[in-house]
Ligand binder design. Structure first.
Ligand SMILES: *Cc1c(COP(=O)(O)O)cnc(C)c1O
Length: 356
């Protein structure tokens, strides 16, 4: 066990790495974790020096606030290895900014920028042998931030823990994906926490999504909580629709998570002559377009899947199956994005951030 003292973080490494190359084959997403984690505590009104330490269980009392009131948020981002072994993060500052927006909404102290940016770089650099190579492979980075007071009064915690864990991931493959518009349950409401990556938002999605799975769908597309007429987003993805040659996606508001992948796709579409409109989209217009054969593509966008083509759409006991698209926007945009992520092309946007 070696201890290194860097200015920013104390590093305590594992005695023996649990890395085996076989661990990187056939991974089920989010089930394999690397040797180390980053941990920083907030107590007595102050952030304590972060530590990189062996990945392992935590001990908290049953009274810890996070268990009772869900004062917890998370992030999701990735590191990519290029074909000569350089490692890059993709737009990590966006995740940092969003994490602090979430923190603000959940009445949690803001995370210092260097803990997030430099802490993650040092952690990823230390565990870089865990990053799988090849098309679609990456290291999924999961920051998580929880309330740790041993107190069950329903008020914001005074102490907190910020952690980052790493999970090698292979290309995301789900087979054919069908979605339905959800018009009974809601994931977010005006004034609520939909724009935050708040843990409780996801727990609340599970039951409606499981019901949709029983009906043969893989995901739901949420509609606005008030009228159920406006399209919002999917489980952990923003959604894009192509009607004829125009790509559409909903504007972000406090019910829609501001996805980094969504933002990147909008930029790439604009710069590559793909007509795109960011505007309110109604369920009716999509159903009409589907009936008329003008709904050419649907795809989700998010860090885990990058771009996920969707085969068809359910609404009110009808299923509208899309024809395989000619000149697929999803394929083009996914390739452009991945070429930047894997350092196969120039990055005019400064999206790639080298890891030390
Ligand atoms: C994380 C997430 C997304 C996608 O965001 P990315 O930054 O692109 O990964 C979209 N919707 C929800 C609800 C999410 O939690």
């Amino acid at each position: 066990m070696t201890r290194e003292i860097s200015e920013l973080v104390d590093i305590q490494t594992v005695n023996e790495s649990s890395f085996k190359p076989e661990l990187l084959h056939d991974i089920r997403f989010g089930t394999v974790f690397t040797d180390h984690m980053l941990v920083a505590d907030f107590k007595n009104g102050q952030w304590q020096k972060p530590k990189i330490m062996p990945y392992g269980p935590l001990a908290y009392e049953p009274s810890a606030k996070v268990f009772h009131y869900g004062q917890a948020i998370f992030e999701g981002m990735k590191a990519f290895k290029d074909n000569v072994g350089n490692v890059f993060l993709f737009r990590p500052r966006k995740n940092f900014e969003r994490m602090n927006k979430s923190a603000e909404r959940l009445a949690m102290p803001l995370i210092p920028e260097e803990y997030f940016m430099e802490g993650i770089k040092q952690l990823v650099a230390l565990d870089r042998q865990w990053i799988p190579e090849g098309e679609g492979a990456s290291l999924y980075i999961r920051p998580v931030y929880i309330a740790t007071d041993n107190e069950i009064a329903a008020s914001p915690s005074q102490s907190y823990r910020f952690m980052v864990i790493l999970s090698p991931a292979q290309a995301y493959y789900r087979g054919e994906v069908k979605v339905k518009f959800e018009t009974r349950y809601s994931r977010a409401c005006p004034g609520g926490t939909g724009y935050a990556k708040a843990a409780g938002n996801y727990a609340a999605q599970f039951m409606p999504t499981e019901k949709a799975k029983k009906e043969g769908y893989q995901q739901v597309i949420w509609t606005d909580a008030v009228t159920h007429e406006l399209v919002e987003e999917s489980g952990t993805m923003n959604v894009f629709f192509r009607i004829n040659d125009t790509l559409l996606t909903a504007p972000v508001n406090d019910q829609i998570l501001n996805g980094v992948t969504r933002d990147s796709i909008i930029q790439l579409a604009k710069d590559n002559r793909i007509p795109i409109e960011v505007r309110k989209i109604t369920v009716d217009e999509l159903v009409e377009a589907a009936k008329a054969g003008n709904l050419k593509e649907i795809f989700g966008s998010g860090t885990a899947a990058t771009v996920l083509p969707i085969k068809g759409l359910g609404w009110k006991n009808e299923f509208y199956e899309l024809q395989p698209p000619v000149d697929s926007y999803a394929d083009r945009l996914k390739k452009m994005l991945m070429d930047i992520q894997y350092n196969r092309t120039a990055d005019p946007y400064g999206w790639r951030v080298p890891v030390i």
